[in-house]
Design a binder for this molecule. Structure first.
Ligand code: TXA
Ligand code: MG
Length: 345
């Protein structure tokens, strides 16, 4: 299968491109498209055969449920039942936006393989003009995981999707680079109090400001890895570049020392870290944003992990961030990419 890329520029009339995407989706095909977090690989969520194509294209384990994307807030009631009042508050505050809410599923509407074996469904309304226009032109729900091969970092630009899925999907709608850079927060509204299953673009503090205390996964560094995670996707090795990655303290001197030591062991080292650091000895240095600017670091993190795959590095060191704001999500993804490993010299 040949993979076509259509670029949609918001200032132009793109109705032909959207129609092309919608035609593919309506005939049971899959289409990659941008959201504000990462690129998604969409299929009509009511079509089990189409949804199956997502799992095949990604090589994704079929027991890992998909998020359903909607184009209007009121669509929630088509797919969910017993939506609590506090969920309405969250939707008003954060939709469209990077927050996925897990509800009890309305029986018989969404295809079974979207949430295999679950009686819940995760729903979100993405805050991206291309995603919204696609959903509204389609006038239906899109099941869409991130558009990467399973286990790879999520794609934050169309080129990343092409690298992973060329020849496996018919169409990529290119809307440029994504704005948030890490995936949506997944919040289980069927738990009491609601529980954060995956930290993401909407932080715990932002949620608690609206509805009060929630349970959170991975509150302290590494804690997420010790418990059985409840978002099934979190149990799989994720976001990982090809060479082993170690999280390291964000201290210029210790990183220099680490590189020196690794060179003595004959290893080539790629370093992911803040703009300010000067690690002259590193074989590759990928700057992801100003120190402690977690929003900037989130935007650039997955691209940097992918750039590491283009090097001959034997080992990757990634500087830790603090846990402020989206830092929670950044550290969650970094520790997953590292499989929990920290570099201690
Ligand atoms: O930002 C995002 O959420 C992106 C964009 C494309 O929207 N999508 C995304 O999808 O990251 P995916 O499939 O890569 O991750 C979905 C996560 C997985 O960890 C999955 O286990 C969890 O959400 N999830 C989905 N439905 C669930 C449900 N009903 N109950 C519990 N966890 C669920
Ligand atoms: Mg994913």
């Amino acid at each position: 299968m040949e993979t076509e890329i259509v670029s949609v520029d918001n200032d132009m009339d793109n109705s032909v491109s959207y129609q092309q995407a919608v035609d593919i989706l309506k005939s049971g095909g899959v289409v990659a498209f941008p959201t504000e977090t990462v690129y998604g690989l969409g299929a009509l969520a009511t079509d089990a055969v189409a949804v199956q194509r997502i799992f095949e294209a990604k090589g994704r384990p079929s027991d890992n449920p998909l998020i359903v994307h909607i184009g209007n807030k009121i669509d929630v009631d088509n797919y969910a039942v017993n939506v609590p009042e506090i969920a309405g508050k969250l939707m008003d505050a954060f939709w469209p936006g990077p927050l996925t809410l897990v509800f009890h599923k309305r029986p018989g509407v969404i295809a079974e393989n979207v949430t295999p074996g679950f009686d819940t469904v995760g729903i979100r309304m993405p805050d991206h003009p291309v995603a919204l226009k696609l959903l509204r032109t389609l006038n239906g729900p899109l099941a869409a995981p991130s558009a990467n091969r399973s286990g790879k970092p999520s794609p934050t630009e169309a080129g990343h999707v092409l690298t992973d899925l060329e020849g496996r999907i018919p169409l990529i709608v290119d809307g440029g680079r994504t704005g948030v850079g890490v995936e949506s927060t997944v919040l289980d509204m069927t738990a009491s109090p609601p529980e954060i299953l995956r930290p993401g673009g909407v932080t715990r503090e932002m949620i608690e400001d609206v509805i009060g205390p929630v349970h959170a996964e991975g509150k302290s560094p590494g804690a997420a890895d010790e418990e059985a995670p409840r978002a099934p996707g979190m149990k799989y090795m994720h976001y990982a570049p090809e060479s082993p990655l170690y999280v390291i303290r964000p201290d210029e001197t210790s990183i220099r020392e680490a590189v020196k030591q690794l060179h003595i062991e004959g290893k080539r080292v790629a370093v992911i870290g803040p703009d300010e650091f000067d690690i002259a000895d590193a074989d590759w240095y990928f700057a992801v944003g100003p120190l402690n600017n977690n929003e900037a670091i989130a935007v650039n993190l997955y691209g940097a992990l992918r750039q590491c795959d283009l090097t001959d590095a034997d080992l990757i060191l990634a500087a830790e961030t603090d846990y402020e704001g989206v830092g929670q999500a950044v550290m969650n993804r970094l520790l997953k990419a590292a499989d929990g490993k920290r570099f201690n010299g």
